[in-house]
Design a protein around this ligand. Sequence first.
Ligand code: GLU
Length: 290
Amino acid sequence: MKPIFRFAPSPNGLLHLGHAYSALLNARMAGEADGRFLLRIEDIDTARCAPELEHHLIEDLRWLGLEWEEPVRRQSEHFADYQAALDTLIEAGLVYPAFMSRGEVRARIDEWTRDGREWPHDPDGTPHYPTDERTMPAAERRLRIAAGEPFAWRLDVEKAMARYGRDLYWDETGAGPAGETGRIAADPSRWGDVVIARKETPTSYHLSVVIDDALQGATHVVRGRDLFHATAVHRLLQDILGLPVPLYHHHDLILGEDGRKLSKSRGDTALRSLREAGMQPEDIRRLVGL
Ligand code: GLU
């Protein structure tokens, strides 16, 4: 069986040099391993992802000289797969409906930290969601859902870790932000009770990425270092859902001239702008060091 690599961009903005690096590195590693290279469009956020952005994305990747297998997997066409996994998590009692608004969360944290107590933050620096609703009575949950209150399905990470958290690790051939490499112990509790699905969208990045990596048979996940710590959540979900575990390779991020991470809202390094300014695909390869 050939190794399978995938590049999984979200069409919510224009591709920049960082995406070019990730896509080219994936294709190169696939080539060196005599493997297959797949493309997946991560467009579950239908409000922010637009067909014309997907069109630009494909055009930019082709211009770079990349080739991938057809058909391309488009996440927005597979909500039923994610819903089925969500149902499994609901039946196992590992997710709960979380109703708190942003203001309520803030008030809860303010109340806690007023007398100097620490509130936990995730690896991205965001405060954890309060755990109060883990134990909400089933009748109250039903009533509030029936009343049409907005909510998200959140993972009860403590319960999930108690059942599936033993010996949780992944093998890393790239490196984390602090140079972590080799066998990495996964601690998803650092993220608190992450969102697994939303009321209107039966999935989240974490849920769909593990399902699609499994359905597409990805053996190697090569992606930016900014997703290194999220891998802990992915490992937990894989064990709960009985999915295979790929090898992980988190690569360097391409930084802007100001040393900051590139983003889709910064037009300066968009591949389109570079192409319009007369750059050739070879120039892009040289710029990202490939
Ligand atoms: N869609 C994610 C992004 O564009 C990448 C997800 C992944 O490679 O796991 O940042």
